[in-house]
Ligand binder design. Sequence first.
Ligand code: NAD
Length: 245
Amino acid sequence: MGVALVTGASRGLGAQIARRLAADGWAVAVNYLPDRADAERVVAGIAEAGGRAEAFRADVTDEAAVAALVAQVEGRLGPIGVLVPNATGPQPAKPALEVGWQDHLDQLLFFVKSPTLLMRAVVPGMRRLGGGRIVQIGSEMPERAAPGMSAYAAAKAAQMSLTRTWARELGPLGVTVNLVAPGWIPVERHADVAVEHIEAYRRDVPLGRMGTPAEIADVVAFLASADSRFVTGERITVNGGYTMD
Ligand SMILES: NC(=O)c1ccc[n+]([C@@H]2O[C@H](COP(=O)([O-])OP(=O)(O)OC[C@H]3O[C@@H](n4cnc5c(N)ncnc54)[C@H](O)[C@@H]3O)[C@@H](O)[C@H]2O)c1
């Protein structure tokens, strides 16, 4: 079917997205930093399930590293038809009165700089393929507007804005650009979050439960597939109805 690159795919949502795309037949480049062992486990799991994947170490916020990553993936697996910018650094909560420019830059690094570097590096190959799919991983946070999360929410809103403009600019090249906005999906990094905190969120989810990484991956897989060929510039929020827009 072709090649999919998923960034930050050694754990969390990225790992599940990689597994799902591999199950659909994509050869998956599992980008990671720094957890090589975790990335190898994802790759081994995909191979055991009959899929194809390889692990690629790269800091996706660094321009030279992104160029090298895309060249390595194209060299080993072939041209990239699907890009999923998923990686994130820490997302610390901070009161608005304490948020400084560096706090904004820390988030923009992952949700504006990195997707931009990746998009610019993969689109020439997608052009040669006659088209491609960019599926950004956004967030419900711009709509939810949780106190303490202004830098993260602003960067995620910027990522959605990029999605729309890129959809217009890349549409004529056959490249669709969409965004999946997950609600709170407990993953490894939430292991220490108090049960009461999760329960307080869950109470306001119309579908009455927390979502799972597989439910995010299912929607990413749709947007990566031929079935979504006439969908571009869209956001699909996957949060059981927690926010509605
Ligand atoms: N899990 C949720 O509740 C949730 C909700 C909304 C949005 N999201 C979004 O989903 C995406 C994945 O989040 P997650 O919860 O799975 O987080 P995660 O921390 O489990 O996964 C992120 C991965 O990115 C990797 N990474 C960090 N810096 C990197 C770099 N410079 N280069 C390459 N990889 C790097 C990390 O090592 C990690 O493996 C993020 O964009 C996040 O904002 C998650």
